[in-house]
Design a binder for this molecule. Structure first.
Ligand code: PLP
Length: 356
């Protein structure tokens, strides 16, 4: 249990109005959570303070060797004014798996969730209520030793910042165009692909720019060894409905284990839809498209929840998914997950946590 101290802002910002588009990750609330770590002392001085710039030595280790982790989840306001988090225990667990992989000290799961609850409660007036909007929560940890040698840091900062975000698809679920990358790779087994760390995003930028230049919104990564099997999309996991079966790449050490991915698998199983977690090759995908069994393709992640894919390109081949519209299953999963998140559909799985 953290003993959090509070320092309230004396200069509150204006909360964005109903018509603000709340472009992703551009607006931040009045407060942030922060806590220090020192070897021998552990995590200490948990506090909620005004959102403010940090003062760090230019030699801070995070700037040089990238020892940092992050998480992402959302808080939702229900019609009757309750505040719900979606599966924060999964984020707390994944945070510690990332921490273990990159030698950052772990944070007790209860403390991680308590810190999120406390800062969201502090800035609850910032949770937007228009359909599709939410408060994005970004917990992260950085290495702060002022040292240029290579080793794990002995000091860290754990912070949580909050950002009100608009509907990912203001005009409803729109299918995206995806570029299957055959040159650059994001991660390999044994690397940090399954950890939520900035390094994976740094590795992805070049291909993302290339895909954008070609008119594609996202990159679909192949395995780093054979460059044959599908792994995931930039910040989303990927699913295919092939001949009535839901198929997604099996977690193999280089794929990020998404909370949304896990929720989609649970829901499909619950509905009696066959689900397979296994290797999926690009060849299999194009073959399924050719013989008419590729029924739906969609990405899954906290930001968009479900992102239907209408068009994929691999080298000179273009694959059109059915009529390029939104699949029936994609829509049903989207409606169910967002319904649970907003407290409008009964939460049979115990996925939501109310902040009181
Ligand atoms: C965060 C993330 C995802 C999606 O995970 P969710 O928990 O569903 O939001 C997928 N891939 C990568 C690389 C990610 O960083």
């Amino acid at each position: 249990m953290l003993n959090i101290r509070y320092e309230k802002t004396t200069n509150p910002k204006e909360i964005p109005g109903k018509d603000n588009p709340l472009n992703f990750g551009t607006i931040f609330t009045d407060h942030m959570f922060i806590m220090n770590y020192e070897t021998g002392k552990g995590w200490f001085d948990p506090r909620i303070v005004p959102y403010q710039p940090l003062e760090l030595a230019p030699s801070s280790m995070v700037f040089h060797y990238g020892q940092e982790m992050f998480e992402g989840l959302k808080a939702y306001k229900t019609k009757d004014g309750r505040i719900l988090l979606f599966r924060p225990d999964k984020n707390a667990e994944r945070a510690n798996n990332t921490n273990k992989r990159i030698c950052i000290p772990e944070i007790p799961k209860e403390d991680f969730i308590q810190a999120i609850e406390a800062v969201v409660k502090m800035d609850k007036a910032w949770i937007p209520t228009k359909p599709g909007t939410s408060l994005y929560i970004r917990p992260f940890i950085i290495a702060t030793d002022p040292f240029l040698g290579v080793r794990p840091s002995n000091t860290y900062l754990f912070m949580i910042i909050l950002s009100p975000v608009g509907a990912y698809y203001p005009e409803g679920l729109n299918p995206v165009k995806i570029w299957i990358e055959d040159d650059y790779v994001r991660a390999i087994r044994g690397g940090v692909g399954e950890a939520k760390t900035g390094a994976n995003y740094c590795a992805s930028l070049k291909a993302q720019v290339k895909a954008h230049d070609e008119g594609y919104s996202q990159v679909l990564w192949l395995d780093g060894v054979e460059r044959k099997y599908i792994e995931e999309v930039g910040a989303m996991n990927i699913f295919f409905k092939i001949n009535g079966t839901v198929v997604t790449p099996k977690l193999n050490g280089s794929i990020l284990p998404g909370v949304t991915r896990d929720s989609v698998i649970s829901l499909c199983k619950h509905w009696g839809i066959p689900v397979e977690e296994r290797k999926v090759s690009v060849d299999e995908l194009f073959e399924a498209a050719k013989n008419g069994t590729l029924e739906e393709v969609f990405g899954t992640g906290t930001a968009a929840v479900i992102s239907p894919v209408g068009h994929l390109r691999f080298e000179d081949h273009v694959l059109q998914v059915k009529d390029g519209g939104i699949g029936e299953l994609s829509k049903k999963i989207y409606d169910t997950i967002t319904g649970i998140q907003l407290g409008e559909i009964e939460d049979e799985f115990g996925w939501t946590l109310e902040i009181k």
